[in-house]
Design a protein around this ligand. Structure first.
Ligand code: HEC
Ligand code: HEC
Length: 248
């Protein structure tokens, strides 16, 4: 029996047993996830997958505004982008707590890895499409778009990150704007909206059957990988981190 089946069976057992006592006993044994209370609260959600509930185009500008607003309220870029998209998608997506993506702020609790806005928006795409290849295509395009596009779209101080890393995004913006990284708030608020809106746009295009992925890795990086595919993996531009490779 698969691991998933086993869990399900244990949960069904709990529901059938129905007794709060049984739930409490197991909860105290470290199985708190499966107490009947949580089961009852979650039962309002339809069975997953939820792709069929994304059946009308999203209001892209509303997503942009909400992303900016949520960021400005202090939830961070990842939760901001995540919640903006969930809100506009409506039921049942808006039943998922935004806090799921709170960790993503500052590229992962300030580690400046994957940009949280990208992370949060991609999480929604994953939730909508599940393991359907359409989701991967959208997320891949979003990562590529983010890497190549001067962001935020409507700001005077725009910068190109070159990859989907918070670190590159912030550092290049600091150079372009002459500001300090601690002053990034208004800029990251706009960027959060822009990234969430771009994901909404790709989802709308996919719904309409007009989505054509355009991002392509540079020929140079492809040539690097043609020799280095056993040493590493990735789709980011190699040069910004390996400027000096093969120069010695
Ligand atoms: C024709 C094959 C080939 C191509 C193309 C190639 N490499 Fe290499 N690279 C090698 C080999 C072989 C080594 C090992 C050389 C050594 O150990 O000194 C190496 C070593 C490296 C190293 C480790 C040593 C160092 O110099 O820092 C890095 C990093 C690296 N390559 C990055 C790149 C990047 C980035 C590109 C594309 C711009 C690239 N390589 C293109 C064959 C290639
Ligand atoms: C965000 C920065 C970053 C990017 C982008 C990146 N690398 Fe690296 N790479 C590293 C770091 C850090 C290491 C480990 C330390 C080192 O060797 O510099 C590494 C190691 C390597 C090594 C092993 C070097 C050795 O000494 O054996 C190769 C080969 C390599 N990278 C190739 C690539 C290629 C090809 C790309 C583009 C597809 C790429 N890297 C993109 C940061 C990066």
């Amino acid at each position: 029996m698969s691991e998933e089946k086993k869990l399900l069976t244990r949960r069904e057992f709990l529901v059938n047993a129905g007794g709060v006592a049984a739930g409490v006993a197991l909860a105290s044994a470290g199985l708190g996830l499966f107490v009947p209370k949580a089961e009852a609260e979650a039962s309002g959600l339809p069975a997953y997958p939820w792709l069929e509930y994304f059946n009308k185009p999203l209001d892209v500008e509303k997503v942009r505004q909400l992303g900016k607003d949520y960021y400005s309220q202090g939830v961070g870029c990842a939760e901001g982008a995540f919640k903006a998209l969930l809100d506009v998608l409506g039921e049942p997506f808006n039943q998922v707590p935004g806090e799921l993506l709170y960790f993503g702020r500052g590229g992962g609790v300030g580690w400046a890895t994957l940009c949280g806005a990208v992370n949060g928006a991609a999480a929604v795409v994953s939730l909508v499409y599940g393991r359907n290849p359409a989701g991967t295509a959208i997320i891949n395009e979003l990562f590529g778009w983010y890497s190549e596009t001067a962001l935020p779209l409507w700001d005077e101080a725009k910068s190109v990150a070159g990859n989907p890393l918070c670190h590159s995004s912030i550092s290049n913006w600091v150079k372009a704007s002459g500001k300090k990284s601690s002053e990034r708030g208004p800029r990251c608020a706009q960027l959060t909206g822009d990234v969430a809106a771009q994901a909404a746009l790709y989802m709308n295009q996919t719904l309409a059957g007009t989505f054509v992925p355009a991002y392509k890795m540079s020929a140079e990086s492809e040539s690097c990988l043609s020799c280095h595919k056993d040493d590493t993996i990735g789709k980011m531009e190699c040069k910004p981190c390996h400027e000096d490779a093969h120069k010695r």
